[in-house]
Design a protein. Sequence first.
Length: 307
Amino acid sequence: MKNKNTKTSVEQTKFQKLIHSENFVGYFFAFPFLIGFLFIMAVPMAMSLYYSFTDLTLGGTATFTGLDNVRRLLNDARFFNSIGVTIRFVVFSVPFRLAFGLFVAYILTRQVRGVAFYRSLYYLPTLIGGSIAVVLVWGQLFAREGVVNVFLQILGLEGVHWFGQLQTAIIPIVLMSVWQFGSSMIIFAAGLKEIPTSYYEAAEIDGANKWQVFYKITLPCLSPVILYNLLMQTIAGFMTFTQAFIMTGGGPADATNFIALYIYNHAFAWRNMGYASLMSWVLLIMITFVTVIIFKTSKKWTFYAND
């Protein structure tokens, strides 16, 4: 009986040590995330990979078809057009979005009265910009009789049929994306505050002008933040959906048919869930490829304090 009680006491002691160990505490708090990752991300991703090689339709059953979807994808001109449209959108929207975010952040880190109010004001479009109501309002601004054309007519210029021409249909969507620079602005502002003031004091003593200070001190010290914002905004750009879905529906003639919108149409409008799953994986591979390129090239222009 004594040996049994001793064994029980030893087991209780081991259990108490396990509970109070740092590893147990870490796993305990990470457990909800791990469960969520498993059932919300990992399992659905594995299922979509399998469905990529089936003829699954929405609400139907999946039959394995091998590489049929791959062959179909390679001959899908609309899919390759959607890739081109998405890349053009990212190339034009992301640099301007980052530039405006950095410019406003630079101004708002100066000693200006009411700077907190202005930061909130500039961040507001990012909070509400993804809503359908705002997209509808933005679309009305660029309508045939919208405010933008009225303003052009006041200047003596001819109004533009923004959503009716291949060359101009994507412009309102790009401008709306640039307008939503609030998230990158906040991160830029935080990065600017972390730059040691001693750098600027030394530059002032050496007689550097404002452009030299910005180019030689601010940009290099801010380069890790620029890298982070570039990655986040590029990934978000590849997944753009709502603006084109509401404003143009992908038209005219697929001029705004982003890859995310094309995937959505195949999955839910045309019920080709298996084919849409394959395109989703292609999109993931594209984003991964672009991310790797950005990381590889960043070694040439990113400066870290411990370098």
